[in-house]
Design a protein around this ligand. Structure first.
Ligand SMILES: Cc1cc2nc3c(=O)[nH]c(=O)nc-3n(C[C@H](O)[C@H](O)[C@H](O)COP(=O)(O)OP(=O)(O)OC[C@H]3O[C@@H](n4cnc5c(N)ncnc54)[C@H](O)[C@@H]3O)c2cc1C
Length: 284
C-alpha cells in the first residue's frame, strides 16, 4: 500500500530531476539590503560570452520552489513544473563571464522574485545562456560625456559599466545620479564613493527620498535636481545633446518625468532601433 511518505518522496525525486535537467548555475552569495532589495551573485556551470555593460539575461526557477514567508500568494499561481523566467540586468563587469551579480527588487505577489529571495548560497537556479539588450552604455562615442540616472535596481546596468570601464577613462566626464528611499537601499554606496574619490572624471550624486536625520546628502527628487541645475553643477556635466548622452533606468514615473524634461527643455531625442538619439531608456 502506498503511503503519504512514498508520495512525498516521489514528488521530491521529480523536483530533483527537473532541477538537474534545467538549472545551470549556483548561488555564491546573497546580501539583503532591506526586506525589498537583495544582491545575489551566481556562478554559471559554463562561461558565457563577453557582453556589453548594460545588457541583461534571464533568471529562472520552477514553480515548486519555496517563496519567502513574507511574500504574498502569487497573484497568478505558477504551475509547479513551469520554469518561471524573467529578465535581469547584469551588475557585474562585462569581462566576468562565469560569475554574475544581480540586484533584485521583491514583488510580493510576483511569481519569480519571492522564489529568488528564498535562495541561499549553494542553491541552484537557471541563468539564461544568452546576454542581450540594446542598453549598451559603452557604445557612446569617446568624445561625449555620459549622464546615467538610475533609481532602485536601475543602478545595476550602471554598476556593470562603471566596474568595466571607469578606470579606463574612456569619456571626458561620467556622472551617476542615483536615487533610493533610504541609505540601506542605496546599493553600492561604498564602492561608488570610492570611485568618486579615485577618479576625477567620475561624479556620483546620490539622493534619498526618505533618509534618516543623519544623512547629509541630497533629499530631492531627481526631477528637481535636474531643474534646479544641481546635476549640472555638482556632476560637472553639460545636459546638452551635442555633448552628453543620457541613460535612464528605474522607477517608471521618474523615467517618464525625466524623459519629458530632457526632450522638451533640452532638445534630447530618444534613441530607438530606427532613429539614433542621445537618450537611452531601459524599462523594467
Ligand atoms: C530588460 C529588463 C531588465 C530588468 N532588470 C531587472 C533588475 O535588474 N532587477 C529587478 O529587480 N528587476 C528587473 N527587471 C524586472 C524583472 O524582469 C521582473 O519583471 C520582476 O522581477 C518581477 O518579476 P516577478 O515574477 O516577481 O513578478 P510577476 O509575476 O512577473 O509580476 C510582476 C508584475 O505584476 C505586478 N505586480 C505584482 N506584484 C506587485 C506588487 N506587489 N505591487 C505592484 N505591482 C505588482 C506589476 O505590474 C509587475 O510588473 C527587468 C526587466 C526587464 C525587461
Amino acid at each position: 500500500m502506498k503511503t503519504n511518505k512514498d508520495a512525498g518522496s516521489a514528488v521530491r525525486r521529480w523536483w530533483e530531476e527537473l532541477r538537474e535537467k534545467s538549472y545551470n548555475a549556483t548561488v555564491v552569495s546573497r546580501d539583503e539590503l532591506s526586506a525589498n532589495y537583495a544582491i545575489i551573485r551566481v556562478v554559471v556551470d559554463k562561461a558565457r560570452e563577453v557582453f556589453s555593460a548594460g545588457q541583461y539575461t534571464t533568471l529562472g526557477l520552477y514553480g515548486f520552489e519555496f517563496r519567502v514567508p513574507y511574500a504574498l500568494p502569487d497573484r497568478k499561481p505558477a504551475l509547479p513544473d513551469k520554469l518561471i523566467q524573467r529578465a535581469y540586468s547584469i551588475a557585474s563587469a562585462s569581462t566576468d563571464t562565469r560569475e554574475f551579480e544581480f540586484f533584485l527588487s521583491l514583488y510580493r505577489e510576483g511569481q519569480l522574485t519571492p522564489r529568488l529571495f528564498a535562495l541561499k548560497p549553494g542553491d541552484r537556479l537557471y541563468v539564461g545562456t544568452r546576454i542581450v539588450g540594446s542598453f549598451k552604455i559603452a557604445q557612446v562615442p569617446p568624445e561625449k560625456q555620459i549622464l546615467m540616472i538610475g533609481t532602485g535596481t536601475g543602478a545595476a546596468p550602471f554598476m556593470s559599466f562603471l566596474r568595466s570601464h571607469v578606470h579606463q577613462q574612456t569619456h571626458p566626464r561620467i556622472a551617476f545620479v542615483q536615487g533610493a528611499a533610504s541609505l540601506n537601499e542605496l546599493a553600492y554606496y561604498a564602492e561608488l564613493r570610492f570611485m568618486h574619490r579615485a577618479f576625477e572624471h567620475f561624479r556620483h550624486l546620490p539622493t534619498l527620498t526618505d533618509p534618516r536625520p543623519t544623512w547629509l546628502g541630497h533629499r530631492a527628487w531627481i526631477e528637481d535636481m535636474l531643474k534646479s541645475g544641481t546635476v549640472e553643477r555638482e556632476g560637472e556635466i553639460a545636459i546638452d545633446p551635442e555633448l552628453t548622452h543620457v541613460y535612464l533606468c528605474g522607477n517608471p514615473v521618474m523615467v517618464e518625468n525625466v524623459m519629458a524634461w530632457l526632450i522638451e527643455e533640452r532638445g534630447y531625442e530618444r534613441h530607438t532601433g530606427r532613429q539614433p538619439g542621445q537618450l537611452f531608456i531601459e524599462e523594467y
